[in-house]
Design a binder for this molecule. Structure first.
Ligand code: ADP
Ligand code: MG
Length: 242
């Protein structure tokens, strides 16, 4: 028991250290990116190509840093009333270009409104990581479908892909820090998403068949504190009546 406490304290300190480094590194990166974007407008030929690569790698570095920060600090910072349907629709627009590039059809079936009191950006990040994985697992011509269902107690989001799937062993390891099967993978994405969803009182579940595809199911409870917010109370009641 004591060992376990020590271990988790160690992890905490490491997490804080990683977070502070990530935070400090992010500022100069943003400055560098800004100047490179300015330069890109002025250069032509080969150099334009080089700058494109530099910027895309810089973007990758930013993503990794953000994942570390989100992992170290999954606490909800800015809690507000959000519509999960809108967040998912934003994320779909954001990832559509990426899906197109990979030749994957990204479809969203978002009919119902689902109101939560939570941190919009964190929720977005959680969705992006999980949907990005689905796109990356899916071969060209395949599809990734996002579905939203709202019950009177929770919001259920399913992300279904027709990708390569996972073995039992892989499913057992998903969500553990640094587990990756990709050459350029960090193994941070699902851990971050699961931690964020857990901080929201929710849960992520994976089921998968090798060579057939994967379904990621995210369930989020409708906030208890929702009852104390008059706008949300209406939403809560409407959902209950539905
Ligand atoms: P990364 O994407 O950097 O590898 P993640 O934590 O996002 O790290 O994902 C960990 C691993 O989980 C992936 O490398 C992949 O093997 C597996 N995985 C996650 N989502 C899926 C999916 N939808 N289909 C197949 N494998 C998946
Ligand atoms: Mg990933």
């Amino acid at each position: 028991m004591r060992e376990e406490i020590m271990k988790s304290e160690k992890l905490n300190t490491l997490g804080e250290l990683a977070a502070s480094i990530a935070h400090e590194v992010r500022n100069p990166l943003t400055v560098v990116k800004g100047f490179l974007q300015l330069m890109k407008k002025q250069v032509k030929g080969d150099h334009e190509e080089y700058l494109k690569i530099v910027l895309s790698e810089l973007g990758r570095a930013e993503d990794i840093i953000n994942d570390y920060l989100n992992f170290a600090k999954p606490e909800l910072e800015k809690v507000e009333k959000i519509n999960v349907k809108e967040v998912l629709s934003d994320v779909t627009v954001l990832l559509n270009a990426y899906a197109l590039k990979e030749g994957v059809y990204l479809e969203a079936d978002l009919k119902e409104d689902g109101y939560l009191l939570t941190d919009r950006n964190k929720l977005k990040q959680a969705f992006v990581n999980i949907i990005k994985n689905a796109i990356e697992a899916t071969p060209p011509q395949g599809s990734v479908t996002i579905h939203l269902e709202v019950t009177h107690t929770q919001v259920i989001i399913t992300i279904t892909d027709t990708g390569k799937g996972m073995t039992k062993e892989q499913i057992a390891r998903i969500g553990t820090l640094f587990f990756t099967t990709k050459d350029q993978g960090t193994g941070l994405g699902t851990s971050v998403s699961m931690r964020i969803i857990a901080a929201m009182g929710g849960h992520v579940h994976y089921s998968s068949i090798v060579n057939r595809g994967t379904v990621a199911t995210i369930s989020l409870p409708l906030n208890q504190s929702a009852k104390f917010d008059s706008n949300l109370e209406n939403a809560y009641m409407n959902n209950q009546n539905a």
